[in-house]
Structure formats: C-alpha cells, structure tokens
Design a protein around this ligand. Structure first.
Ligand SMILES: Nc1nc2c(ncn2[C@@H]2O[C@H](COP(=O)(O)OP(=O)(O)OP(=O)(O)O)[C@@H](O)[C@H]2O)c(=O)[nH]1
Length: 615
C-alpha cells in the first residue's frame, strides 16, 4: 500500500464562502502567492477562474481545489509543515448542489464579508449550507483597505450572526495582503484535521468533474477512507462502472501527479472517460478489487428547474447549435436539451437549466464560443398537471399544457431570503406579495439591515423579479433562494393568436389573476411590432376558446384613387369596391406575413431576458 503523501493530522481542508464580489477570488490569489505555489511573475488576477466568462463576469462557476504548503511555527520555534487544500466553491444559488458537494469535502469555511458592504443574502445562504455540513466557520472581514470600510460595525454584525466575540473576527485585505498570513495560521489552528479509516476499503467523494480537451474528464475527489493509487481499477458506486486510474494527483495550482491519495486528501483522478456524466458530482469512488459496501452521501442528480426554447436566428445554424450543445454537455452534467420546433421560430431546442444564471451563462457561451446568434423564449418552470381522470402530465413547455379536464396544477416554489436596508422593507414586501409570495419571517441583522424570508413560486422569480428588486431598492437588496417543493395553484395557459392562428412562441402558463395582464401586454406589444398587412389582422389573447384581450393591426390602405382625377363618382366607387373585394380575398386566403425579426423583437424586449442578473 502506498503511504499517504501527507498524514491526515497535517491536512486542513477548507473553502471560502462569500457573496458575489466580496473578494473571494482576490483572497484566494493572495493565498496562492503567500504560500509560494504561484510565483509573483506568473500571477494573474483570479488565477483559479479558468473560463473566460468566469473572469469577465467575475463569478466562479466551477469549483476547483488547490494544495498549498503552509508551515506554522510552534511556541518552541519549530516549524510544522501543513498541507492546506483550498476548495473553491461556486457562489451562486443556481449551483447549490455543487456548492454543497464542495462543502462536504471540507472541515472548515472562511466566511468572507466585504467590510464596506456587510452581510448579504448569499453570505447567509452559504453560511447555512456550511453549518448544515458541520463546518468550522472562520468569520473574516475583507477589503479593510477601502476608505468606505466599516470593520467595527460589520465585525459586530458578523459576530452576532455566527456567535462569538467581534474581536474574533479577522480583518484582512485580499488586495494588499494585510492579515492574510494570520488567516492562514488561524485555518491551521481552528479547522479540524480530517479523520477517516486508512485501512478500510477506499471511499472518495466526487465534488467536481471537468472536461479538458487534452486529458478528458478530470475528476476532483476528497478521499474519506482508504487510499487510491495509480493503475488501480476503480468503481463509480452509483453506476457500478469500472475505470482504470490513469493518473492521480493534486493541483498546486498546476496538475502534479502523485503516488496516491490517502485519508483526508483532496486531489484529482484521470480515467480516460470522455463525458462528465460518467463521473458525477456527488458519487463515491471505490476500489474494484476491494470495494466499499456503502456509498458516502446520498447521490442526487441535479434537476433542471428552468426551461427555455433556444433557436438559431439563422435557420441554417441548427446543426451547429446541436453540435455546440453536445460540446457544452461534456462539461455540464446539469444541461438538458431536446429538439423542438416552433411555427414562429423554426427548428431549435428546449433546454433545461438549473436557474436563470445558468441559462444566461449557457446562452452567452453558445453565442461567444460557438459564434451562434440565438433567440430564447421566455423562461418557464416545470408544472405537474393531474387530469380529472388521474392521468399525470409533466409540462416543460407551455405548448404541452393539456387541454382536457384538469384536476390540479402544481408549480415549484422556492424559499427566498432577501436582505435589504430597512427603509425598503415596505417596497420589497409589496413586490413579494405582488408575486404571490407568502412571508415566512423577518429579522433585523442590525439597526438598518433586515432579512426577509418568503416562499415564492419559482415562476414568479424567473420573470424579472431580480431586476425589479434591484430597481426598487436602488440596487441595495440582495436575493438568494433554494427549491422548497411545490404547491397547487390556479394556473392557466394563455395563447396568443394572430388572425386566429396560435403563435406557439408566445404561449405562457400564468396565474389566472394575471392572465388578463399578460394578454394585454403581449397583444399590445405585437400590435406595435407586426408590420401592417394588406388586410386587418386581429391579435388576440385567449384561454382555451375564450378571448381575453384583443388588438388590431390596421390594414394598409392603398390609395387606389390616386390616378383618378375629376369627378366621376361612380368610377371611384367601383375602384373602392374592387379594393374591398381584393382585401377580402387576401384575408381569406393569405396568412399573416410576420418577419422573424418581429418575433425576435417581441421576445427580446421581454423583461425577463434582461442582461446581467448577477446576484
Ligand atoms: N479595495 C479592495 N478591493 C478588493 C479587495 N478584494 C477584492 N477587491 C475587489 O473587489 C472586486 C471583487 O473581487 P473578486 O475577488 O472578483 O470577488 P469574488 O468574491 O471572487 O467574486 P465572485 O467570483 O463573483 O464570487 C474586484 O474588483 C476586486 O479587485 C480588497 O481587499 N480591497
């Protein structure tokens, strides 16, 4: 058996959890530098964020782990070298499943809060996740170099939140490096060393897997019991699939092969599989010749929550879109899609996402990395419809909404946490009530900051909720939410008809109380966008056969009398009669000619397709 590279008592596994932009990546960069794993000349901002999109948007999507050596000096002056494994976690709620897997690989968490901003909704959401995983929490205030920083005020807020004394809250600056060495020492001192049974059959948890063009799938694991060694055969416990370990190692920060990974160690495996779905986050890896009996944590497939139709603007790009989605899927096990056709938009795909940010990231990558021009339909959630005869239907696309006798429709709900300055409490509550929210509680974190908790239908959140929240609170409120089951609701499908023909791309499932508003909004919008035809075009919104709103695109009136000088009234009348006949014919035989551009305009002026929903 291969000896452990590092004894478990000298290992510390930790992660940094923070609200977006509170400086997690900058602090991680500084740690890499201080521990000497990245030389100053190689340093570039946000070393760990590999995808261009991550760097540009400044958000972390995929987690990664790095090993950093850090020696602490004891009271007698002797230095003890330790191995710190820093596991980077995605900070966003869409990726909660990945966050919680990453947290499960650690014993401690640095809770990082911007000293000029204070606690935000994501700070809380991630803190609760860390507490559920029994992690040792180290509260830290960052950006103390900022003139606007109020470290004393926020140290109190943080201490109040995690329990403890404000003087225990470390104050650092990821930018200048102040306080970061003390933080590394504190991690060694307070985060518990990993424990596990070195002689038991190997069990390692997969907390991330990434597709690499050159090396295939790189799987990140945390070894809990036993050890894994190169050339062994391993088994993925959820699928029982066997693979050979071609390479095993740690990132520091570049991949460095090792002779094996033992109890408590965090590193990577390469097995030659080509698809991240074969190496699932949350799964347990064991040894083929001495397999473990039980897997580690319960394995759960991440479920898509939000669906949208993606169509190429240029129809001939359809095969390219399929190819691009296939490529993205290699690295994104949560991405789901199937072909779909729309009368208005042609051939495309119905794509399932973890949430709105996931949707935006995928769309942006398709457009940027694969050069595709796309149009996406308004996002919708999954509905469970039970018919009166007991039949169950899952609806991921409004056009699939059944027409027969419906018994019950259930929609997904989320538990939302909103943090806002107290002056905006009224307007935030107004917004939540308007979106069919039910208040669950409210707490003052300090004199002027309030945490408000609501359960809300997910469908109401995917529709411009975040933009509304930001504009009503001048950008000060923050939002986080997590799935919380489903509820029955009085939902109906509203169809939009052009001259009696349904335009599938605009059908929506909405609450009965809001059906009229939706109908008026969409018919009004289409009236403006659809070019005038030779004949009058009614634009209607309908629930089933019942029309609830109507607009009319007026006909063009060609001036048939232009060449008709003089006063022969009967000739004029004859021409006008002829024109009327012609129009009737057009109306009868012709269909509305709507350029695709008009649909695109109508869909993209939709508020929910607003850019930059950073949370
Ligand atoms: N003045 C000052 N600015 C900082 C400090 N740390 C980070 N910043 C700035 O704050 C912004 C956000 O920092 P990031 O490190 O990208 O934040 P992040 O938390 O990693 O963001 P996500 O990856 O989106 O979660 C950047 O513009 C940084 O330059 C600090 O200690 N002092």
């Amino acid at each position: 058996m291969q000896p452990n590279a590092t004894a478990p008592e000298l290992i510390r596994n930790f992660c940094i959890i923070a609200h977006i932009d509170h400086g997690k990546s900058t602090l991680a960069d500084r740690m890499l530098q201080l521990t000497g794993v990245v030389q100053p000349r190689d340093m570039r901002a946000q070393y760990l964020d590999r995808m261009d999109i991550e760097r540009e948007r400044g958000i972390t999507i995929k987690s990664q782990a790095v090993r950093m050596p850090w020696a602490v000096t004891g009271e007698d002056g002797t230095e003890t070298p330790h191995a710190l494994h820093m596991i980077d976690t995605p900070g966003h709620v869409d990726f909660t499943y990945e966050v919680s897997r990453s947290l499960a690989a650690c014993e401690g968490a640095v809770l990082l809060v911007d000293a000029a901003q204070g606690i935000e909704a994501q700070t809380l959401a991630n803190l609760y996740l860390a507490m559920e995983n029994d992690l040792e929490i180290i509260p830290v205030l960052n950006k103390i170099d900022l003139p606007a920083a109020q470290p004393d005020k926020y140290a109190e807020e943080l201490a109040h939140l995690v329990g403890g004394d404000p003087s225990d809250v470390l104050k650092v600056s990821g930018k200048t490096g102040e306080g970061v060495e003390a933080l590394l020492d504190k991690i060694v001192a307070t985060v518990p060393a990993p424990t596990g049974d070195a002689d038991a059959p190997a069990r390692a948890m997969i907390f991330d897997s990434v597709y690499d063009t050159y090396r295939g799938v790189v799987t990140y694991v945390r070894v809990v019991d036993g050890d894994l060694n190169p050339r062994e055969r391993i088994v993925m416990m959820s699928t029982r699939a066997q693979h050979e370990l071609l390479e095993i190692g740690v990132h520091s920060p570049d991949a460095t092969p090792t002779k094996g990974l033992g109890v408590g160690e965090v590193g990577y495996l390469i097995t030659g599989v080509k698809d991240v779905r074969q190496s699932k986050v949350g799964d347990t890896v064991t040894n083929a010749h001495k397999p473990a009996d039980t897997a580690l944590a319960g394995y759960d497939d991440p479920k898509p929550m939000v669906f949208s139709g993606l169509y190429p603007i240029d129809g001939s790009d359809y095969p390219a879109l399929r190819e691009a989605l296939d490529k993205l899927k290699l690295n994104d096990a949560a991405l789901n899609y199937e072909p779909e056709t729309s009368v208005a938009l042609g051939f495309g795909f119905r794509v399932g996402f973890l949430g709105l940010l996931h949707l935006e990231i995928v769309r942006e990558r398709l457009e940027r990395e694969f050069n595709l021009d796309l149009i996406s339909t308004a996002p919708n959630v999954i509905y469970d419809v039970t018919m009166e005869d007991g039949e169950e239907v899952k609806v991921t696309n409004p056009s699939e909404f059944p027409t027969g006798k419906i018994g019950e429709v259930r929609e997904p709900v989320v538990r939302a946490t909103i943090l806002t300055p107290s002056e905006f409490v009224g307007t935030v509550m107004g917004l939540c009530t308007d979106r069919r929210g039910q208040m669950q509680g409210m707490d003052y974190l300090s004199e002027d900051r309030v945490e408000i908790r609501y359960t809300l239908p997910l469908a109401e959140i995917v529709f411009d909720f975040f933009d509304q929240l930001k504009s009503r609170t001048r950008g000060y409120a923050s939002l986080d939410y997590e799935p919380s089951g489903d509820q029955a609701a009085d939902l109906v499908k509203v169809d939009i008809l052009l001259q009696g023909d349904q335009v599938d791309a605009f059908s929506a499932i909405v609450h009965r109380d809001k059906a009229y508003d939706y109908g008026v909004l969409m018919t009004g919008k289409l009236k403006e966008i659809i070019p005038r035809q030779q004949f009058e075009v009614p634009v209607q919104a309908a629930i089933g056969a019942r029309v609830i709103a109507r607009e009319t695109v007026r006909a063009m009136r060609k001036d048939v009398l232009a060449k008709c000088y003089g006063g022969d009234i009967s000739r004029k009348r004859k021409l006008l009669e002829k024109q009327k006949e012609g129009k009737k014919r057009m109306k009868n035989i012709g269909s509305v000619e709507v350029p695709k551009d008009a649909f695109i305009a109508a869909l993209s002026s939709d508020p929910s397709s607003g850019k930059d929903k950073k949370k």
